[in-house]
Write a protein that binds this ligand. Structure first.
Ligand code: ADE
Length: 247
């Protein structure tokens, strides 16, 4: 059972975003738990204010340390242990599948979502264990990045996907992209499904799919091939493809 605790000013975003589809079903099945904690509930201000002007001036508002810290402390008390706290920021380490596999080993994960111009540095210094970015672009808050990470980590939790091998076989297994998929009809706009997939020869199908993965990775994400896990035969296939490309 994986338990996510999301500290946010927009709990409804988290609740709505993770209540449908595979993640919603896994939650209903008791494989996951998603708790959205409203940082505003920990404001001690009579207007429930949680932000203020930045010291030194400048644009926008900064989330105050107090409510974030109190929300965190309350959670730590309930858990009886200090969990990993992930702060979503473009300044973090860029999230990838390997990081997802590491996070999936935890029992509790806390996601801290900032808004406005960020959160007072002092509370970050005190509670954050992992600074994570989901890519080199800037979003308006940490909620969408949290949901991206939760979605990705959850599909690695046993039982969440119907097919317990598919998480391994899909994209990034051996650092290769997925092979193309086809379903009925066998002809669409005059385009036929590759014959090999109708052959019933599972050895041949396996080999074809593997080659398609390699070809596709070379075409679309050649950077991944550096760390790809290829057999001797597959390396030869890759070399042939690269030589053909040079011609
Ligand atoms: N907050 C704003 N932009 C972000 C990004 N790219 N990744 C994680 N958190 C963010």
């Amino acid at each position: 059972m994986m338990k996510y605790h999301v500290l946010t000013l927009f709990p409804e975003m988290i609740e709505q975003g993770l209540s449908s589809s595979i993640i919603g079903r896994a939650t209903e099945k008791g494989l996951l738990q998603v708790e959205a904690i409203n940082i505003r509930d920990y404001s001690t201000n009579k207007h429930h204010k949680v932000d203020d002007y930045p010291y030194g001036g400048g644009a926008g508002m900064v989330m105050q340390a107090g409510p974030v810290y109190d929300a965190y402390e309350d959670l730590v008390q309930k858990l009886g242990k200090k969990p990993r706290v992930i702060y979503l920021t473009p300044q973090g380490k860029v999230f990838n599948q390997k990081m997802a596999e590491e996070f999936a080993k935890e029992e509790d994960l806390v996601f801290l979502c900032g808004h406005y111009e960020g959160i007072d540095e002092r509370v970050l210094e005190r509670i954050v264990t992992d600074y994570v970015s989901i890519g080199d672009y800037v979003l308006t808050g940490g909620e969408l990045p949290s949901m991206v990470m939760i979605d990705c980590i959850s599909r690695l939790v046993p039982g969440v996907l119907n097919n317990d091998v598919s998480a391994d076989i899909e994209s990034f297994h051996d650092n290769l992209l997925e092979y193309p998929q086809y379903t009925r009809p066998d002809t669409f706009l005059g385009m036929k499904v590759p014959d090999v997939l109708l052959s019933g020869n599972h050895g041949k199908i396996e080999q074809w799919r593997r080659e398609q993965s390699i070809k596709r990775t070379l075409e679309r994400r050649p950077d991944l091939l550096e760390d790809a896990n290829l057999s001797k035969k597959e390396l030869e296939y890759l070399k042939r493809l690269q030589q053909e490309k040079e011609k």
